[in-house]
Design a protein around this ligand. Structure first.
Ligand code: AMP
Length: 284
């Protein structure tokens, strides 16, 4: 098996120019590494859309707050490369910090409406860091398609909006969440959970599913659905809810009059010990 080409910024730019000359389409999957089946599902979708697939692995320092887990973030490059090779990735972009943020870097991307909401409320600057690196990566890779997981629902929506607002060429695709057998959404941060806490975390998906059942049974009250999901979540005493919100899928706006009238999504962030977990479920 040919190992996926591992490229610096200069080599990647050269390869991309060649592909463009041959009129090859490109699909792109940005990641921070520590790859699991959730990430690989995105690569599979990318491969279905374009002739060439690029995956980036970059633990983006500017999206981590001062008290967050940047230094602790799992780095498993060898096994990541193996997985990407096996699945048939054409190029892996593994830049170093200086390639992305050279000395004196000072331009950032910010969404005035959505960056400070939901996850942004407890992680000031997080989405600014995400949008900035994603726009840079888009400019480097110039993909026809880019694939993002709905696991990070707000991030996906913000990137769609950036793409619209800034006339980006790439078509942004949202990919369904891949879960562990007991329902926990796969995440690199699950590695920080003890085996007992992983089991406890299964209540997150159970609670979201309970909310969906209420919706399917005809409940349209935002308050009722949120309260029901929250009380189910709190059955697990170790879980602390950071937020639990029912929003419109469109731009994650709240529902006027607290009544669900358009496609909705329940979004949740919790803490389980030291580990922060997010999840969501579309209701319709
Ligand atoms: P990360 O490496 O955590 O920045 O994630 C890279 C991409 O993989 C993002 O678009 C995530 O939303 C996506 N992703 C992470 N976990 C999952 C999952 N369990 N299912 C689907 N996509 C995921």
């Amino acid at each position: 098996m040919k190992t996926a080409a591992l490229l610096s910024l200069k080599d990647l730019s050269f390869l991309i120019q060649n592909w463009k000359r041959s009129k090859d389409t490109i699909a792109f999957v940005p990641t921070m590494g520590a790859l699991h089946d959730g990430h690989l599902s995105l690569v599979k979708i990318a491969k279905q859309h374009a002739k060439k697939t690029v995956v980036s692995i970059f633990v983006n320092p500017i999206q981590f707050g001062p008290n967050e887990d940047f230094n602790k973030y799992p780095r498993t490059f060898e096994s990541d490369l193996e997985k990407l090779t096996k699945i048939g990735t054409d190029a892996v972009f593994f830049p170093n910090n200086e390639e992305i943020y050279p000395n004196g870097f000072s331009t950032y991307v910010y969404n005035r409406e959505m960056s400070s909401d939901l996850c942004g409320a407890s992680r000031p600057g997080h989405f600014e860091g995400v949008l900035t690196v994603v726009l840079k990566l888009f400019n480097i890779v110039d993909p026809d398609y880019s694939v993002f997981g709905k696991k990070d629902y707000q991030q996906w929506k913000l990137i769609e909006k950036m793409s619209l607002d800034l006339n980006l060429r790439t078509k942004v695709i949202g990919a369904d969440i891949v879960r562990e057998p007991h329902g926990l959404a796969m995440s690199s941060r699950n590695n920080f959970l003890s085996i007992e806490d992983r089991d406890k975390a299964a209540i997150i998906y159970k609670s979201l599913t309970y909310g969906k059942t209420l919706y399917k049974d005809g409940c349209r009250s935002v308050k009722e659905i949120c309260q029901a999901v929250k009380s189910k979540l709190c059955e697990e005493k170790k879980i602390q809810v950071e937020y639990l919100e029912l929003r419109q899928q469109d731009l994650l706006m709240t529902f006027p009059n607290d009544i669900v009238t358009s496609p909705a999504v329940v979004l949740v962030a919790v803490r389980l010990g030291d580990v922060r977990l997010i999840d969501n479920l579309e209701l319709n």
